[in-house]
Write a protein that binds this ligand. Structure first.
Ligand SMILES: Nc1nc2c(ncn2[C@@H]2O[C@H](COP(=O)(O)OP(=O)(O)OP(=O)(O)O)[C@@H](O)[C@H]2O)c(=O)[nH]1
Ligand SMILES: [Zn+2]
Length: 212
């Protein structure tokens, strides 16, 4: 797997982000460009309220894209435990905030993630951290859904993985087609969730989402 790491200094030993430690050089460069953007939209960059804005935005965008600095596979492997439990493990209603790669405008919603262990489980928080690691990048909802599924399948080799994401896209709400209430649902399955209708139905019933 390719590890994208633009800003290695943000990582601690376990590969988690330290959100208080921005790379000063990256922050300075981003701030320079955001200042130019402010000028281009007709703002007065010297007025009091905007003096710190380029630096604030520089830090904010690094937080919103900090998933590039996380290796989700390594993170799951760091908390992989042998266990003979063979029933579905479901973590539902994991809130997510991402940025659409077309407009860099937020999309936000919930992820529901399940897997059926095959000798190994992972820490429950790691499931939510995998969602976070892929959401905090420039994304499309479809790829985000598949990346979460593939990460768990590749690291735990479970009997199946199921991921459903429900999200609202602000690029469709506050601009463009301006549909305030539309919600997009995406799903991705492997193993028993594909081959066993009952397993998939149980998952869909438990998360309470209408997929068909
Ligand atoms: N499939 C998919 N499309 C997305 C996602 N986020 C945003 N989009 C869409 O990406 C498309 C980009 O289309 P373009 O026609 O190039 O962009 P645009 O002219 O700004 O389109 P409008 O939003 O319709 O004004 C739009 O239809 C967006 O709604 C996503 O997660 N998945
Ligand atoms: Zn968009």
């Amino acid at each position: 797997m390719e590890v994208i790491n633009h800003n290695a200094s943000l990582n601690d030993d376990e590969g988690y982000i330290r959100i208080d430690k921005w790379n000063p050089e990256t922050t300075e460069k981003l701030a320079y460009h955001y200042k130019e953007i402010l000028k281009l939209i007709g703002e007065d960059v010297d007025r009091e309220g905007l003096l710190q804005t380029p630096t604030r935005v520089a830090k904010a965008i690094q937080f919103l894209t900090h998933g590039y600095n996380i290796d989700p596979h390594a993170m799951v492997r760091s908390a992989k435990f042998h266990e003979e439990y063979k029933q579905m493990v479901l973590v539902k209603d994991i809130e997510l905030y991402s940025l659409c790669e077309h407009h860099m405008i937020p999309f936000y919603g919930k992820a529901h993630v399940a897997y059926i262990p095959n000798g190994y489980i992972t820490g429950l928080s790691k499931v939510a951290r995998v969602v976070e690691a892929y959401a905090r990048r420039l994304q499309v909802q479809e790829r985000l859904t598949v990346q979460i599924r593939d990460c768990l399948q590749e690291t735990l080799n479970p009997l199946g993985v199921a991921v459903v994401i429900e999200a609202a896209h602000m690029c469709m709400q506050m601009r463009g087609v301006q549909k305030q209430n539309s919600v997009t649902t995406t799903s991705a399955f492997t193993g028993a969730f594909l081959t066993h209708n009952e397993t998939r139905e149980e998952f869909i019933h438990l998360i309470g989402v209408k997929l068909h």
